[in-house]
Design a protein around this ligand. Sequence first.
Ligand SMILES: C[S@@+](CC[C@H](N)C(=O)[O-])C[C@H]1O[C@@H](n2cnc3c(N)ncnc32)[C@H](O)[C@@H]1O
Length: 273
Amino acid sequence: MFLNTEKIKKEVKNFYERFPYPHTDYTIREHFFNTIHDKLMKNILSLSDLKDNSLNGLRVLDAGCGSGEKAIYCALNGSIVDAVDISCNSLNVARKKASMLGVSSINFSVADLTEKSFFEHRRNVYDLVLCIGVLHHIPDYQKALSNLTEVLKPQGTVVIGVYNSFGRFFTNLEKLYLRLRFFNSEERILAYLKRKHKRRYRFLIEVDRLLHPYELAFTFSSLKHLLELHGLKVHKWWPGDVNMLPGQLKMLLKGTSFMLVSAKRQNAVLQHP
Ligand SMILES: C[S@@+](CC[C@H](N)C(=O)[O-])C[C@H]1O[C@@H](n2cnc3c(N)ncnc32)[C@H](O)[C@@H]1O
């Protein structure tokens, strides 16, 4: 099937200019460490065999950093962090959040993960690359993954979070239902979600979940295959026993739409022109 990747990229960028993700509003450090993202960060670190105190001094890239929480978390724990995103407004929110939390050391830049410009001068630089919730919004995800692999140090770790095809099944039905009910009108769906979710934080989560212009989903085996193609060896999965049928059924029935995987860079790296 022919995909107009540039058009999709523009739509995705515009979406995140309007709705930077995530939408939490932290004004003080204590709040920051008490959120769902703190738990997610702990999962991400344990997949990489890291703890808060082992982040100190590591070179970290947060690829598709959104409003910057993972980047800030790593910087607060002593990592040297670069954080990139295609959305200028998301980066503005991230910079503001970092400054509210007293973090001035993160190097935030606008970059498209599918382009070479940011990556070509940073080969073999990072100990840890995070790419959470991003690849499934990029039609050229292979190009993005190839860039991410190149900037990893040999034996460096990448942690990737993407939608799982099984876990996403009921959300996709919900999306279809909303589109049919509101005659495919974004305006009407937004108004409906606003009425339903009074708290802005929850409303915006639902917008990201149900109104995104473009998303893909992976199975465990398709993601594993993709990583191997790029010279990455799978290290650990979240949630646990995922490659077996019972694990996949559990994701379907519980609607666990997200999966995380950590992988280490081996020698051969697939090149994309
Ligand atoms: C769901 S948000 C995830 C944000 C962050 N990684 C997190 O876990 O909270 C997806 C982010 O990917 C960014 N993004 C999408 N396509 C991109 C691309 N081609 N290059 C760089 N960033 C991209 C979006 O702008 C958005 O901020």
